[in-house]
Design a protein around this ligand. Structure first.
Ligand code: ATP
Ligand code: MG
Length: 424
């Protein structure tokens, strides 16, 4: 036997019940987003490396150590997208979709980060991303959060905690940064290597550390939320009032700074305690400076991304997933030249009942083996055809998982009979 070839570490095949849950989640999210007037955008998986360096920030975990970057045959530096916002912004600028108009967009697909694989953290994972361009007012920040709450309710996910914070304006952040550097410099002995390096280049990133040994020093740090500019404070107050009106509870987490540099004002995360350390299932915020940074005219923007694998894990744990595709009708065809009329009958049933799952037995076999397969498929009824039935243009309808007698009917009458059966 030839040697097997396995997938790349941290890059998973998704199949069986997980795949059902995956599709169910994406489908439900799409429906919800459409309800709020969002449209789909489909984006490339590979972009120029420069796009991510410029948007996410040079001194971030993602750009410093998590990107899949390579040279193509032309010697250009390309990167597998680690997140979706940068590419989405690039697309709306390049296609002239941002200027003087509102764009409400969603997308989904794989993202790539070179991280240590563990439950809820993979090297290829999927996000469902949502972005709203052209709106500076806090109503849209709140609406984005409200629509995620609606989605959790539809999915039957309770126990998600909403954490919010405001990062204020760029100017307020610069003033705060100085205070933070003074504080952190006084506690240099407690900083890890990454943080010491970032003390000069990007001290706010230190607040986003995942190192538990730095918990105390981070908790003692001055809080950005106490240094907000007046306008940002008001903006944040309105976001909170909207959430109060709709009855969405939240906690203010002053250390929520997010792992990407492009955010300002509102940031939020939905967090669960049920997935261990990988508890954030949805995260986002406002990024008013990014469109200009990517070469467009200044356009305010706000968005978020859901971690599909983490939400799927929650759905599976809670068994809030529809059943694996169940067969409704199984078509048994035994004998010479029975499979041809069998195929015709199958198509006829599918034409008449688009909502039913109709499986025709493929691969031959005796009555016994075909009934075994019919039974295993979970079908409620079998439609049975042998040589005799074909000769007389008849089929038998045999109840498998429901009460009732076997019926023999003419081909022409089959869909009428099925109609009565499935209606009762
Ligand atoms: P974390 O703090 O868990 O590393 P992050 O801040 O890096 O997350 P974002 O860049 O905000 O994550 O991405 C949005 C969401 O995508 C996360 O909240 C999470 O649900 C999901 N996500 C991020 N990285 C991974 C990964 N490596 N594997 C699976 N899901 C991920
Ligand atoms: Mg991360």
């Amino acid at each position: 036997m030839a040697k097997q070839i396995s997938a790349i570490r941290g890059m998973n095949d998704i199949y069986g019940d997980d795949a059902v849950a995956f599709d169910y989640l994406i489908g439900t999210a799409e429906k919800t987003l459409k309800q709020y007037g969002y449209n789909s955008i489909r984006l490339p998986i590979v972009e120029k490396t420069e796009l991510f360096a410029r948007s996410i920030g040079e001194v971030t975990d993602i750009v410093e150590k998590e990107m899949y970057t390579f040279e193509d045959r032309n010697g250009d530096s390309l990167t597998l997208r680690p997140e979706g916002t940068a590419g989405c912004v690039r697309a709306i600028v390049q296609n002239g979709l941002a200027h003087n108009q509102i764009q409400k967009l969603y997308y989904t697909g794989p993202m790539f980060r070179y991280e240590r694989p563990q439950r809820g953290r993979y090297r290829q994972f999927h996000q469902f991303g949502v972005e709203a361009f052209g709106l500076a007012t806090p109503d849209i920040d709140a609406e984005l959060i409200i629509l995620t709450a609606r989605l959790w309710e539809l999915l039957g996910l309770d126990n998600l905690e909403l954490q919010i914070n405001s990062l204020g304006s760029q100017e307020a952040r610069i003033a705060y940064r100085e205070k933070l550097v003074v504080y952190l410099s006084e506690h240099k002995s407690k900083l890890d290597e990454d943080s010491l390096r970032r003390l000069e280049s990007n001290p706010l990133r230190i607040l986003d550390t995942k190192n538990p040994e730095m918990k105390d020093v981070v908790e003692g740090a001055p809080k950005l939320i106490d240094h907000l500019d007046e306008e940002s404070k008001q903006h944040f107050d309105v976001v909170k009032s909207h959430l109060d009106d709709i009855g969405i509870p939240y906690v203010i987490n002053p250390n929520l700074v997010r792992g990407l540099d492009y955010y300002n004002r509102t940031v939020f995360e939905w967090v669960t305690t049920e997935l261990g350390a990988q508890g954030t299932v949805c995260a986002g915020g406002r990024y008013d400076g990014l469109v200009e940074q990517i070469g467009g005219k200044s356009v305010p923007a706000v968005g978020f991304a859901m971690g599909v694998e983490r939400l799927v894990a929650l759905l599976m744990d809670k068994q809030k997933v529809p059943e694996y595709a169940q067969t409704d009708v199984y078509i048994v065809t035994v004998g010479n030249n029975v499979s041809r009329p069998g195929m015709v009958i199958s198509e006829m049933v599918r034409d008449a009942f688009p909502e039913l799952n109709v499986q025709m037995n493929c691969g031959g076999g005796s009555f016994k083996s075909q009934f075994k397969k019919a039974d295993k498929s979970g079908a409620k009824y079998a439609i049975v055809m042998g040589e005799q039935e074909v000769e007389s243009k008849l089929v038998a309808i045999k109840p498998l998982r429901v009460e009732g007698e076997q019926l023999t009917v003419e081909w022409d009458a089959l869909t009428g009979h099925l109609e009565t059966i499935f209606k009762s």
